[in-house]
Design a binder for this molecule. Structure first.
Ligand code: GDP
Length: 214
């Protein structure tokens, strides 16, 4: 699957958007902790271990920005990142679907996410990360349902695209496209990324630059 033909101008805008460092601002466990709605926001959501921290770090070119870890389900906060040079805020949502997470944590997470997704006027798009080896799982579909219901624009990113074979990846792309085909708030274009190889980062940066332009 190839990226759309972007103009050199918008590709450059995407590059510049992430040319200056993003910094960690705060972790929010309650909606009341969130910064004022004064910047365009994009959020990253996905199952624990999908590669969300790695992707945010790769996107921003900062290795220690979001925590990468092999302890899934650890982060239960909305983590906020901002750049001094861009009117953009990145919101790293807690990873979901970790089987061993205590029930009260799952409940608190669900409530926080629900409140955030339904009440944030500056939230322009949610990037829903899906493992490129497996395609969407039930809890990914649940999140998509919620986004459709709340009319929050979202786009699927297939992560770890370096791991599956070309044939496996093709099947996952077809299954993912089928899963979003009739979803009103889903962006029709699926982005493939590999944080390990840097694939897809230019496309993602360009897409984000386009969001800021619109
Ligand atoms: P998170 O829980 O979603 O934040 O996931 P992490 O970013 O911590 O990644 C989970 C595991 O997947 C780590 O061992 C990463 O090194 C690995 N990983 C993340 N992205 C990639 C990728 O693009 N390719 C490969 N091969 N491994 C990755």
């Amino acid at each position: 699957m190839s990226a759309p033909d972007y103009s050199p101008d918008i590709i450059e805008k995407g590059r510049l958007l992430f040319a200056r460092p993003f910094v960690f601002v705060k972790g929010c466990v309650r909606i009341a902790d969130l910064p004022p709605m004064d910047k365009v926001e994009i959020a990253f959501a996905g199952r624990s271990n999908v590669g969300k921290s790695s992707l945010i770090n790769a996107l921003c070119g900062t290795s220690g920005l979001a925590r990468t870890s092999n302890t899934p389900g650890r982060t239960q906060e909305l983590n906020i990142f901002e750049s001094t040079s861009a009117e953009l805020r990145i919101v790293d949502m807690p990873g979901y679907g970790y089987a061993k997470a205590p029930e009260d944590k799952v409940r608190a997470w669900t409530k926080l996410i629900h409140q955030y997704l339904t009440g944030r006027a500056t939230l322009r798009r949610v990037y829903v990360l899906v493992d490129g080896r497996h395609g969407p799982k039930d809890n990914d579909l649940t999140v998509m349902n919620e986004l459709d219901k709340s009319a929050v624009s979202y786009q699927i990113i297939l992560t770890k695209a370096d791991k599956p074979s070309a044939e496996e990846l093709k099947k996952v792309i077809v299954a993912t496209q089928a899963a979003i085909a009739k979803r009103p708030a889903a962006h029709p274009q699926v982005i493939l990324t590999s944080s390990a190889k840097g694939d897809g980062l230019r496309e993602l940066r360009t897409e984000i630059a386009m969001l800021l332009e619109s």
